[in-house]
Design a protein around this ligand. Sequence first.
Ligand SMILES: Nc1ncnc2c1ncn2[C@@H]1O[C@H](COP(=O)(O)OP(=O)(O)OP(=O)(O)O)[C@@H](O)[C@H]1O
Ligand SMILES: Nc1ccn([C@@H]2O[C@H](COP(=O)(O)O)[C@@H](O)[C@H]2O)c(=O)n1
Length: 223
Amino acid sequence: MQFPFVVAVDGPAGSGKSSVSKAVARRLGYGFLDTGAAYRALAWHAEAGGVEPEDAASVISCLASFDYRIGTDPAGYRVHVGATDVTDAIRDPQISSVVSLVARVPEVRTHLIELFRSIIAAEQRPGIVVEGRDITTVVAPDAPVRILLTASEEVRMSRRAAELTGHDAGKTGEQLRARDRADSKVVDFTNAAEGVTVVDSTELDFEQTVDAVIAVVESVSAE
Ligand SMILES: Nc1ncnc2c1ncn2[C@@H]1O[C@H](COP(=O)(O)OP(=O)(O)OP(=O)(O)O)[C@@H](O)[C@H]1O
Ligand SMILES: Nc1ccn([C@@H]2O[C@H](COP(=O)(O)O)[C@@H](O)[C@H]2O)c(=O)n1
């Protein structure tokens, strides 16, 4: 059996990838890798360096100084760029509004995909749940478990709005829709590739969704 046992989870914004994958990892005693945090941290690093996220050449030049570290403990992990803890800063709506500009640069993707693979290879727990947009198709296409976690746009928007209290729900929804549009030009995370299992949580609550993902993992592990 592959070590670590990789569970790859992709899906659109607000589908529950991060929270459900974290809960699945905790339940299974696996590590957890939030790949979106790296793209967010690079957007933060670019802005901190006065680089416009639209300026692809300058974003690429930021990679040389992008000293990125992230933990894989699903119970709690920190994100650092150099000595700076950016765990909270990368969740700012400002970062959410520009991250797709950074993520669309091929050289950025190549750099971060190699970083993700090295983090996965270094995982010491028996398995690792890796979530993002291109995990099932590019980062870990040979993972024993590959899941597309999705939900209706309406449900995803309402979940995100409930999460971002104090922000205008309409603006939050529009930003989520805009990010999906931008992301889907770079990676197809709306159609399940061959061998990818779709888990649609539109009608499921959080625990039911966690159970559904674990059922897929257990069905593969039992083979
Ligand atoms: N099945 C569910 N039922 C109810 N709430 C859910 C469900 N799945 C996730 N949530 C909630 O929806 C919100 C968004 O989830 P999460 O941040 O994990 O989404 P995501 O796919 O990682 O989004 P993004 O890609 O934008 O980071 C969270 O508050 C989470 O607790
Ligand atoms: N594997 C991935 C993961 C993320 N992205 C880009 O990062 C943005 C933020 O991701 P979150 O999961 O933290 O919301 C996302 O919108 C994508 O632009 C990616 O390209 N590939």
